[in-house]
Design a protein around this ligand. Structure first.
Ligand code: HEC
Length: 168
């Protein structure tokens, strides 16, 4: 009789244990397992931490551009070389060609369903300063989305250089 009661109790406890709580070790509002949860690593979708005051960039100076006029005066710090041409092409084809087309004529696959972008090999954009194109990549323009998160500083200049090679 006594062992029967114990078996039933054990069974109940086992069922409770199996049926309650979730994978995060939570039981309602109560966290019964917090060993790996409370830690300094990033949670999903958490913003990156701001750098410590006084931090200097390790890859040199990063331009701050206030507006397109200031941007137009920026000097392109990245030279187009045989060694970095592939990176520029890869970045352009990844981030720009879906709309602007592989040859920058404004005939990308997305353009067919979206607003057709301008022809970037036209004289108007041949004349546009490197810094202006850098600025458009960073902030977007009207309907074009900004790419500052996806395309970082040096990468923007590599794309500008690739665009120049398409214009030649
Ligand atoms: C989602 C589609 C899309 C993507 C991706 C895109 N663009 Fe654009 N882009 C546009 C559209 C649309 C316009 C026209 C914007 C307007 O004037 O309304 C435009 C305009 C431009 C212009 C001309 C701006 C001006 O002053 O007339 C430049 C330069 C440009 N894009 C460069 C780029 C580069 C470089 C990339 C890749 C980093 C890129 N775009 C990615 C859609 C796109």
């Amino acid at each position: 009789m006594k062992s029967n009661i114990l078996t039933v109790l054990n069974l109940l406890i086992a069922l409770l244990w199996l049926g309650c709580g979730n994978d995060n070790g939570e039981f309602g509002d109560y966290r019964y397992r917090s060993d790996m949860h409370e830690q300094s690593s990033f949670k999903k979708h958490e913003d990156p931490r701001p750098p410590v005051a006084g931090t200097v960039p390790v890859r040199g100076f990063v331009e701050k551009v206030r507006d397109s006029l200031a941007a137009a005066r920026l000097v392109n710090p990245v030279r187009h070389t045989a060694a970095n041409a592939d990176s520029g092409r890869f970045l352009y084809q990844t981030y720009c060609s879906p709309c602007h087309g592989v040859g920058a004529k404004g005939d990308g696959l997305v353009a067919a369903k979206f607003q057709k972008p301008p022809d970037l090999v036209a004289p108007k954009y041949v004349k546009a300063p490197d810094g202006y194109i850098y600025f458009v990549i960073q902030y977007g323009r009207l309907i074009m989305p900004p790419y500052y998160e996806a395309v970082k500083f040096r990468e923007r200049w590599l794309i500008v250089n690739h665009l120049r090679s398409l214009q030649r």
